[in-house]
Design a protein around this ligand. Structure first.
Ligand SMILES: [Zn+2]
Length: 1226
């Protein structure tokens, strides 16, 4: 009872305090009696975020002409980050500045969502499961000019400050040449926002009538009234429009009775927009066709800017409609498109049979296809990469969307063309890999081959892939063989390819008749891809493919130079290089002329020539022109008169010549010389082109924005962004830097990192770093299932820096997960230290696993956002094993500080006594960890335990003589000294029986002094891998109540980061023989005790306490070397160079301080260049755009959250969050 009163008292006090410190007086509550001008709106929106930081976030997506921010309020849980599985919905208001009702109503909607969250279950569910974006005003400038009470919009506030009508100035639907108005930054910002966020559903709020109007908003004729212009999803749009109208008391009547047209009627209050009023250049069609989003326009009131006294009524009229409409984002079908490795595939297509409108997946590979109830056949495809997949008879019911995931098979898996990947997947290859390296490995597989030259195999694979993915329009066949038995492939692109289609004209392109003519070949392969990818999207391509059979022979001479066939000698081709082509309706005449002269002896005719001649004969092409060493042939049907030759000519001609939409030169930045044969790759495309001998290249591309990458041997890669328009050819020139210069760049990067490590080594700057990080706020206790889902979510959200795999299983068959975080999860770098964090060895120590999950989340979300964390992750490999004993953890009892329930595994074994080397009957959990440790290469390990407040270092077994005790103790003290209490050494924990623990000097003990036992993981790690392991007892209570997790994290965050920093210190170096060759497997003995072995590059690294240490280096066949090193506590390991001066002899034992620093520098530089290049290439490969997008989001959001003085509140509130972070909520 006493408790009850105390709690009540505390509660009352806290209420009082809250009222006193609350900056919000009653004037901040909505009174529905005034319009907010720009300043008031800005203030109001900020006040929301300050008050509800956990579920709201304010961002500006751009500025108006007059510099006003275009505010967007985001309302959702975890409002500062993108979480897979949440569909995005948006409302845009006040696009016409004088249509003011929507502006206010949207502010009321924000307030309603925020204040009702946690109270009203409907709002709570909506905010939990939906990513809501609300833009109260798209035209803040116009609003400032508009006048209250102006019902008809006579006060000129409709347009923006440059007199642009924002709902007439989007790029036009039916006029591809229309461009964006320069004087409408509001539109540019919104377009960017629409494309970036890929909204699923949106409502555009206007005034001047009471009506819901659905796409399309115009017709090609732009007749103002009466032309119905349905979208492919017309039925769905009608339903969506009705949803709003039916929930609006006036709209649903369909008789707005607005004064200017009192007799106007719309059945059910909805209409097709074009039918009622043609709007050219509106946002609605743009959202649907370009923005992946279903949008309906709502007119809220007859009077555009009614008196403020009407606002409360307007809010009541619209509230239910606004909420219900948003809820419709959850209808239809939703799910993920992913690879068999579980990696989400962004920008994959989801199409529905019978509806000619596909949508695409978002950054996590997640999609939301709104559909009415019914049965559908759904296809997911990711062209060029994966097999598409169709699922038939998918049922869509009323209400919640049907979940449908697609796993697409990689095309390459089935093509045994390439050798195994060069990049090694280290040690854990046999483990079950859930995520991440699949795509990158495949990418590197392909690109390694491509980067030098487009080989025959690559081409064969390319054609195979294209014909598989685009089987409806592409078909490839062979017309014969080369001298060396390589096939001469022709790709036919046409509807019904491979079948005889009398009456269809045929075009043939022949490339690369000379073996060395790479350009013609590249252009043709590019043409193949271009036609296939754009069929169905680009009207001209679609028309061409529908009406023509295009045959492309990219490689006439697959054997290359050696078997060079100068085909042109044999074909007296009608050359017509003056532009355009000559064609003949009598297809046989020219061809006869082109046969080899009889005077050429048959023996000299190469098989390639014969094959091509037969092919030309069989298809009756008329040869016509030669471009870049190739040929174009055309065959008209007999009924040629019926075809408009001029049109046909212009299509083929235009396609070939005009659509080299990007061209440019590749040049050495120093010398200004052309770089011949440089490779140009378009991100997202598997096809590449090569520069000519003058450094020029051409590339066909559909309109859009692309990243172009240029590579050349000996040069650093370069990236350019290009925006391709339909109307012009873009010039993109590359200036490449030679690698030698890159080398010094690599040194600079190394130097930079060195400074970073030094800088962070002061406690103050480390503290500053930790405090500046984006908080993850994930702390809560998780059971096994939740922990697994959390880890999967993390790996799914950050595929480029994480790898999740199972180390093995517990007795009860729970997976023992390891999460690896690193800048390059797919490959090891030579000088990259490896860190291990482990928790949950004893299941009853429950805080450790959660601290590690929070740690992992903080690392991930700050990667790419915080430069220091990014560099640390790029230069480290972090392996986190959150729970070694998942069975025990399930049994642990929350709130029990001393309970031993869950301490052992399901077979009652204390796992920390089971690490006995050579024991074959170890527990499965032990076995899993042993595998990880034996895999080796770890620099340092930290194990989180509970039940005390101190740290121990090896060894746990009693008899061990500890020769390197100084170093081990030092490492433990690094953790302890960064903890606010531990280093005081006064533990103050009781054991539950009223006895207090003794104090421990500096909070550090040798394991054996604390709890002497054998078979410990710590000892095993030392014995097997020479990896020091520090065990940290994070707090007195084994299973503290959940509200203590946040304080615990606050205490332990800095020590955890300090240990990560520590692995970059110590001593490292390279061991060489006399000739400067690296010596692998050399033993480096430090102070006579620790043993480290050099790797295949002769490289070693070990941690050491600050001070002077002796190194003894031995290798079979060499004379032992001794050297002395100084190690500092705040400096990065400075690589030293140790060179064996002579082979071993029985007599001479020279002691020598190796000083061949210059040679060492060369070796280390080459390591660095390797490092630098691999990091560069990795960035290119790993979906650069994805990361950028993500970082920009976080950046923007972090700036905003940082502005908030209540940022700490976010942390605290997150603690009580009952949603699991990152996870599916359904
Ligand atoms: Zn309007």
């Amino acid at each position: 009872m006493a408790y009850f009163w105390i709690i009540l008292l505390l509660f009352a006090v806290s209420r009082v305090i809250h009222c006193e410190i609350s900056p919000f007086g009653p004037e901040n509550e909505e009174n529905y009696k005034e319009y907010y001008n720009y300043l008031a709106l800005t203030r109001r929106l900020h006040s929301f975020v300050e008050r509800y930081p956990r579920i709201s976030n304010l961002a500006s997506i751009g500025k108006s002409i007059e510099g006003r921010e275009l505010w967007v309020m985001r309302v959702t849980t975890h409002s500062i980050m993108d979480v897979p599985g949440k569909p995005r919905v948006r409302y845009v208001g006040n696009m016409h500045g004088d249509e003011a009702v929507s502006r206010q109503v949207l502010v009321y909607l924000i307030e309603y969502l925020l204040t009702q969250y946690g109270t009203d279950p409907r709002v709570t569910a909506l905010v939990n499961y939906t990513d809501i974006y609300i833009m109260p005003s798209m035209n803040p400038d116009g609003f400032e000019r508009a006048i209250e009470g102006d019902c008809k919009g006579n006060s000129a506030g409709r347009d923006n400050a440059k007199h642009v009508d924002l709902n007439r100035s989007f790029p036009e639907q039916f006029d591809a040449t229309s461009t964006l108005a320069n004087d409408a930054p509001e539109i540019t910002a919104v377009i960017k926002w629409i494309l970036q966020r890929k909204f699923v559903l949106s409502g555009d709020l206007h005034g001047g009538s009471v009506l819901a109007s659905y796409p399309f908003d115009d017709t090609i004729s732009h007749i103002m009234l009466g032309v119905y212009s349905p979208a492919d999803d017309a039925a769905l749009f009608r339903y969506l429009a009705q949803t709003y109208a039916q929930n609006h008391p006036i709209m649903r009547e369909g008789r707005a009775q607005c004064p200017d047209d009192p007799n106007e009627k719309f059945k059910d209050g909805i209409t097709n927009r074009a039918e009622s009023y043609d709007v050219k250049g509106g946002m609605q069609y743009f959202s649907y066709l370009r923005g992946n989003c279903f949008e309906v326009t709502f007119e809220l009131s007859c009077c555009k800017y009614p008196l403020a006294s009407d606002l409360y009524t307007e809010w009541n009229n619209n509230r239910e409609a606004l909420l219900t409409y948003m809820e419709k984002v959850h209808i239809g079908i939703r799910g993920y498109v992913m690879t068999s490795a579980g990696i989400g595939l962004p920008d994959s297509n989801i199409s529905v049979a019978g509806i000619d409108h596909s949508i695409t997946t978002w950054i996590f590979g997640d999609y939301y296809r709104l559909l009415l109830p019914g049965t559908y056949n759904i296809t997911a495809s990711s062209p060029g990469w994966y097999h598409s997949k169709t699922v038939h008879n998918v049922k869509v019911n009323e209400g919640r969307a049907t979940l449908l995931n697609f796993i697409l098979k990689d095309l390459i898996e089935e093509m045994p063309l390439l050798e195994s990947p060069a990049s090694a997947i280290p040690t854990t290859a046999r483990h079950q890999v859930l995520s991440s390296q699949g795509v990158s490995t495949l990418l590197s597989k392909v690109q390694q081959h491509d980067s030098s030259y487009h080989s025959y195999l690559d081409m064969e694979q390319f054609l195979h892939r294209i014909s598989t993915v685009h089987s409806s329009v592409a078909h490839f066949y062979s017309i014969g063989q080369s001298v060396r038995g390589r096939k001469l492939y022709v790709m036919e692109i046409s509807t019904n390819p491979g079948t005889d289609q009398p009456g269809k004209p045929q075009v043939m392109f022949v490339g690369s008749m000379h073996g060395n003519d790479a350009v013609g070949r590249e252009i043709l392969l590019n043409l193949v891809e271009y036609l296939c990818l754009n069929y169905g999207n680009e009207p001209l391509v679609t028309q061409l493919v529908n009406t023509t059979r295009v045959h492309i022979l990219p490689f006439m001479n697959p054997d290359g130079n050696e078997g060079a066939v100068d085909a042109q000698k044999y074909f007296a081709v009608n050359e017509d290089l003056g532009g355009g082509m000559r064609y003949s309706s009598d297809q046989n005449t020219d061809l006869n002329l082109n046969f080899p002269e009889l005077s050429y002896a048959r023996d000299f005719v190469q098989p390639e020539t014969t094959a091509v001649m037969n092919w030309i004969k069989a298809y009756s092409f008329a040869l016509s022109a030669s471009i870049l060493g190739g040929m174009i042939g055309i065959k008209y049907p007999n009924s040629v008169g019926s075809l408009d030759e001029a049109v046909f000519k212009s299509i083929t001609n235009a396609y070939y010549m005009v659509h080299f939409s990007v061209r440019g030169r590749v040049t050495d930045i120093q010398s200004g010389q052309a770089i011949a044969n440089a490779t140009i790759v378009v991100e997202g495309s598997r096809h590449q082109v090569h520069a000519t001998s003058t450094g020029r290249y051409w590339r066909l591309m559909a309109p859009g924005i692309y990243q172009l990458h240029a590579f050349a041997p000996g040069y650093a890669a370069s990236v350019m962004t290009v925006r391709v328009l339909e109307t012009q050819v873009e010039q993109v020139d590359f200036w490449l830097t030679q690698e030698q210069l890159l080398q010094s760049e690599g040194q600079m990067e190394e130097e930079e990192f060195r400074k970073l490590v030094e800088g962070l080594s002061s406690a103050l700057s480390l503290e500053q770093l930790v405090q500046s990080l984006l908080p993850a706020g994930t702390l809560l206790y998780r059971n096994y299932k939740e922990r697994s889902e959390f880890l999967r979510g993390l790996a799914l959200s950050f595929p480029h820096i994480t790898r999740l795999y199972g180390l093995g299983h517990s007795w009860e068959f729970r997976t023992i997960w390891a999460l690896e975080i690193s800048g390059s999860p797919e490959s090891l770098r030579p000088t990259e230290p490896k860190m291990r964090y482990v928790a949950g060895v004893h299941g009853n120590a429950a805080a450790g696993p959660e601290l590690l999950l929070e740690f992992a989340s903080v690392l991930c979300i700050n990667y790419g956002w915080n430069p220091t964390i990014t560099k640390l992750i790029d230069r480290s490999r972090i392996v986190i094993v959150p729970c070694v004993n998942p069975d025990g953890r399930e049994l642990a009892q929350e709130g029990k500080c001393f309970s031993t329930a869950g301490l052992t595994n399901a077979h009652s074994v204390d796992l920390d006594t089971d690490f006995l080397y050579g024991n074959i009957s170890v527990q499965p959990e032990t076995h899993a960890m042993m595998d990880l440790i034996e895999g080796g290469g770890f620099t340092l390990s930290v194990v989180l335990e509970g039940g005390s407040l101190m740290a121990t270092y090896p060894y746990d077994r009693p008899t061990q003589a500890v020769q390197n005790e100084e170093t081990l103790r030092y490492l433990a003290s690094v953790y302890v000294s960064n903890h606010p209490l531990m280093h005081l050494g006064y533990i103050g924990c009781s054991d539950g029986l009223g006895r207090n623990e003794r104090s421990v000097p500096q909070g550090v003990l040798r394991g054996a002094e604390f709890n002497s036992h054998t078979g410990s993981m710590k000892d095993f790690s030392m014995d097997v891998d020479a990896c020091p392991e520090v065990t940290v007892y994070v707090g007195c209570c084994l299973y503290p109540p959940p509200q203590q997790l946040l304080p615990l994290w606050t205490e332990h965050a800095m020590p955890l980061f300090a240990m990560l920093l520590e692995i970059h210190k110590g001593v490292s170096g390279v061991v060489q023989d006399r000739e400067g060759q690296p010596v692998a497997g050399a033993v480096v003995r430090v102070n006579g005790s620790i043993l480290v072995r050099t790797d295949t590059r002769g490289y070693f690294h070990t941690l050491l306490a600050p001070g002077t240490h002796q190194l003894q280096v031995q290798a079979p066949g060499f004379q032992e070397q001794l050297t002395q090193v100084n190690v500092s506590s705040h400096q990065m390991a400075s690589p030293i160079m140790i060179q064996f001066t002579a082979n071993s002899s029985r007599f001479a034992q020279k002691v020598e301080l190796a000083a061949a620093i210059s040679i060492a520098t060369v070796i280390l530089c080459s390591l660095l260049v390797w490092h630098f290049r691999s990091s560069k290439f990795r960035r290119i490969r790993d979906h650069v755009r994805w990361l950028h997008r993500r970082r920009d989001d976080l950046h923007l959001e972090a700036i905003l959250s940082e502005k908030s003085p209540l940022r700490r509140v976010f942390l605290e509130e997150s603690e009580s969050d009952d949603d699991t972070f990152y996870l599916e909520h359904h």
